[in-house]
Design a protein around this ligand. Structure first.
Ligand SMILES: NC(=O)C1=CN([C@@H]2O[C@H](COP(=O)(O)OP(=O)(O)OC[C@H]3O[C@@H](n4cnc5c(N)ncnc54)[C@H](O)[C@@H]3O)[C@@H](O)[C@H]2O)C=CC1
Length: 373
């Protein structure tokens, strides 16, 4: 690790445990510096601070990998066009961020850390602005809901058509979604659950228990109906297929983490002949395996595909029992496979441990989770 990365990571440990204070300070300072910026954010700021910090953490963790860092920030810049962020706003955010870091870290902060963060922030802002400037797409797409199916009280599968052509994404990527009618200016990310197609139609899988605070997910599961308009922003994420690879493929999905895995399998259905593809799909109960019928249709049509379903909380289920990571471990080793993992942070962590124990090279593993790992 070079000195720059070391300084960033070392200084981050001073504020890591104080995230709430850090984000409170950041927003207070930001809106004091430029009250106009308040209009770009949702009325309710709860949860917004986590998002900022997640982006910062992701950025400092990719600083050792210049190529990944570059692509991540360019995509983030493209995505941020939906907020109408301008170059001058980045300067103000930089001032507020440095101020928040200094005051949260307290006595442990020093001039070297200050300079490292200034340099890092300048690089982040430059790459995000370059990504935004190079993007010929609209800042977001309007999309009309076509179908909406409920699977039990907490889960929905819906499709929508993007109204400006084309919305190009790669199987395995995710997009931000806004439900302007119910929660304006609040965006949440969801994986696209189908392969790119000429109809500009995207499918999403959303799950949120009624008691959870997820506003956007709650609206998408319980309130949205065909004909409603959503907004969808720039596709992001690198959990995509390596077309040059000849290795067999392992996909592991937990719950609605099935979404990107289904997209990958549908994409493979368009060209794959020679690679064996094994999908492991886990849910709590049999009733929660909402995507199994579609997977079985794909298995019937493609001899290279197999699906193993498991339930972690349903002793009557006539199939594999246990957390999906344990089931994957029982069927291994997966040493020579390309591996794709998608689900909750805990599920992804457990599965990555299984793959590491099988000596799968890290560069052959791609994963997605919408929580902190
Ligand atoms: N909606 C989307 O497009 C996407 C969602 N996700 C994430 O997927 C997650 C799915 O959540 P739910 O459907 O509520 O799934 P869930 O919490 O009901 O879990 C489903 C299965 O995952 C496995 N699992 C869960 N916790 C585990 C642990 N600690 N160790 C090992 N395995 C574990 C078990 O097999 C379990 O049956 C969410 O965190 C979501 O953010 C990820 C990618 C895409």
């Amino acid at each position: 690790m070079d000195n720059f990365a070391r300084l960033l990571k070392e200084s981050w440990t001073l504020v890591e445990q104080e995230r709430v204070r850090l984000s409170d300070h950041f927003y207070a300072r930001l809106f004091l510096l430029d009250p106009e910026l308040r209009k770009l954010f949702p009325v309710q700021m709860a949860g917004q601070g986590d998002r900022l910090l997640e982006a910062i953490i992701a950025a400092i963790h990719t600083v050792d990998d210049p190529e990944g860092f570059d692509e991540f920030l360019r995509a983030l810049g493209r995505d941020h066009r939906k907020y109408h962020v301008e170059a001058a706003h980045f300067d103000t955010m930089g001032v507020a961020l440095l101020d928040a870091l200094r005051s949260t870290a307290g006595d442990g902060w020093n001039l070297e850390y200050d300079q490292a963060w200034r340099d890092a922030y300048a690089a982040i802002a430059e790459k995000m602005l370059a990504g935004a400037a190079a993007d010929g797409d609209p800042p977001f797409w309007h999309a009309e809901v076509l179908t909406h199916e409920r699977h039990g009280p907490d889960t929905a599968v819906f499709t929508c058509r993007a109204l400006q052509y084309p919305l190009s994404w790669k199987a395995g990527q995710y997009v931000s979604v806004e439900v302007p009618r119910h929660h304006p200016r609040v965006w949440r990310t969801y994986s696209v659950a189908n392969a790119p197609n000429d109809d500009n139609v995207l499918e999403f899988h959303v799950r949120t228990p009624a008691e959870a605070a997820g506003w956007v997910s709650g609206a998408l599961v319980r309130r949205v109906k065909p004909g409603d308009l959503l907004r969808v922003a720039a596709p992001m994420g690198s959990m995509t297929l390596d077309r040059s690879s000849e290795r067999d493929i392992l996909c592991v999905a937990g719950g609605v983490g099935l979404a990107p895995v289904k997209a990958l399998v549908e994409e493979l259905a368009g060209y794959n002949r020679a690679r064996w593809v094994h999908v492991f799909y886990g849910a709590r109960t049999e009733a929660d395996l909402y995507g199994l019928d579609r997977l079985r249709e794909l298995v019937a049509a493609h001899p290279w595909l197999s699906v193993t379903a498991a339930c972690s909380d349903d002793p009557d289920f006539d199939g594999e029992q246990g957390d999906i990571s344990d089931v994957v471990a029982r069927y291994g080793p997966w040493t020579t496979h390309d591996c794709y993992v998608s689900g909750s942070a805990a599920m992804v962590r457990s599965t990555l441990r299984v793959l590491a124990a099988d000596d799968v090279p890290p560069q052959h593993t791609r994963y997605d989770t919408f929580g902190n790992l």
